[in-house]
Design a protein around this ligand. Structure first.
Ligand SMILES: Nc1ncnc2c1ncn2[C@@H]1O[C@H](COP(=O)(O)OP(=O)(O)OP(=O)(O)O)[C@@H](O)[C@H]1O
Length: 339
């Protein structure tokens, strides 16, 4: 495999808690997270609400400084010198959940995209600017392009707005897209179209993508690699089918069991698709998280070790890995079956 485009190692984030009596208290939002993104490949970061996915994305986008850990873009550690940051911001683009909030309601598509294009190509104007704007609209499948270029955000549907947000990100020719739940606020009927667009951008533009979701079925549909987060800790990861067919962490198994059948065809148009069903129970309080593996209070297989120490990473032959004491204790077989 080619060298990583973006690589984060042992990233941690603690947020200070404000208020009376909370001096020195922090929310341990992310602990020792590793993410590696390659050109032409999509990694899913899957976990329930509050597991730290957005915080990881924001650290990767330099929107939050990390408490610990390193980020490397094309092998070079991220420097906070102003010029270096500017180049980083161009190469790493973040796409949010809500396409309406991401667009200025007073600006037409032509202005929004033109402005982004000129960030990368300062002298761009006139016919060339128009041509490149139209080309961006084609790339995100908003055709016939003439119908869209002079629209305001409120004249577009949610899916069309998210395509404009993606086109604006592409305008600066990034190498990495970070999509934070990019389909979760869209109508079910168009979610698949946006996932297909992201897949096309991976294949045709060679982008490296991080796809953040609470829904493992959409991760399976889109992504090459899946990583699972629980309460700020990365608990499992690996090639998509290995993680889905043979989860190595009890939390991944719970997510799969609570999800609408991830094996069901996404072409079925099932309205419930991409929404986690079932009761996953309460995630822990990250101000005072459980010791050891944070999943242990909910884990049917919890042992003494789980309460004491977060387990080392166990590697499996096909690139799958997990942090779970079951494997350290040769008890991984208890996870087999029923997924
Ligand atoms: N700015 C902040 N200040 C304090 N705590 C924060 C801040 N941002 C996030 N947190 C806390 O960090 C933890 C992780 O939050 P985060 O938003 O990263 O999770 P998430 O998996 O993206 O969830 P969601 O899908 O709901 O956005 C949560 O406990 C959250 O309350």
């Amino acid at each position: 495999m080619s060298a990583p485009v973006l690589e984060a190692t042992n990233l941690s984030k603690e947020f200070p808690v404000h208020g009376r009596g909370s001096r020195g208290t922090t929310v341990k939002a992310v602990q020792n997270a590793n993410v590696t993104l390659h050109k032409g490949s999509i990694v899913a970061l899957v976990g329930e609400s509050g597991s730290g996915k957005t915080t990881v994305a924001r650290m990767l986008a330099l929107a939050y400084p990390q408490t610990a850990g390193t980020i490397r873009l094309n092998g070079a550690e991220v420097s906070h010198a102003r010029n270096a940051e500017r180049s980083y911001f161009r190469q790493v683009q973040l796409i949010f959940q809500d396409p309406f909030a991401s667009l200025n309601p007073l600006h037409k598509v032509r202005y929004t995209l033109g402005r982004a294009l000129r960030i990368h190509q300062r002298g761009l104007r006139g016919k060339e600017l128009e041509e490149q704007t139209l080309e961006l609209l084609r790339k995100v499948n908003l055709t016939p392009v003439e119908q869209f270029i002079d629209k305001f955000p409120h004249e577009l549907s949610g899916g069309q707005r998210q395509r404009i947000v993606i086109a604006r990100a592409l305008a600066v020719r990034p190498s990495v897209l970070l999509g934070d739940e990019p389909i979760s606020m869209l109508d079910v009927s168009i979610r698949l179209d946006i996932l297909n667009l992201l897949a096309k951008l991976r294949d045709e533009e060679g982008l490296a993508l991080l796809y953040i979701t609470h829904d493992i079925a959409s991760a399976r549909y889109l992504c090459d690699t899946i990583q699972v987060m629980y309460a700020g800790q990365m608990v499992e990861g690996g090639p998509r089918e290995s993680v889905i067919q043979s989860p190595k962490h009890p939390y991944t198994k719970l997510l799969l069991d609570s999800s609408p059948d991830p094996g069901r065809s996404l072409r079925s148009g099932d309205a419930g698709l991409f929404d986690v069903a079932g009761d996953l129970g309460e995630p822990p309080n990250l101000v005072d998280p459980p010791s050891g593996c944070q999943f242990h209070p909910r884990c049917p297989f919890a042992m003494d070790e789980c309460r004491q120490t977060f387990p080392e990473r166990t590697e499996f032959p096909d690139g799958q890995w997990a942090h779970c004491w079951l494997h350290q204790k040769d008890r991984g077989h208890v996870l087999e079956g029923n997924t």
